[in-house]
Design a protein around this ligand. Structure first.
Ligand SMILES: [Cu+2]
Length: 97
């Protein structure tokens, strides 16, 4: 009785664990050097522009380092699309080497 009710729960947990590890393998994180960042609101604008790009799961920008860090699904988007997004928002960027 107890085992029967726990089995679906166990399977669900396993599926969640598997899907998380698959996501970890398929996402990519890059850092962009971003121009034109002048005040504390610039990183917010950049972050919003990057998060709008389909496939982007995480985005942050720093005024101090003038960079943006973006995590995305390489199957859905690419670095060129990220650069285009920040450029369209008024902040041209390049991939940090
Ligand atoms: Cu600003």
């Amino acid at each position: 009785m107890f085992r029967k009710t726990l089995a679906p729960l166990f399977i669900t947990i396993m599926l969640v664990v598997v899907s998380f590890s698959v996501q970890a393998v398929t996402t990519k994180t890059v850092t962009l050097d971003v121009q034109n960042m002048t005040c504390k609101f610039c990183p917010i604008t950049i972050r919003k522009a990057l998060k709008k790009v389909p496939g982007v799961t995480e985005a942050s920008a720093s005024l101090e380092t003038k960079t943006a860090t973006v995590t995305f699904d390489p199957a859905k988007t690419n670095v060129e699309a990220l650069i285009k997004a920040t450029t369209n928002a008024g902040y041209p960027s390049t991939l940090k080497k």
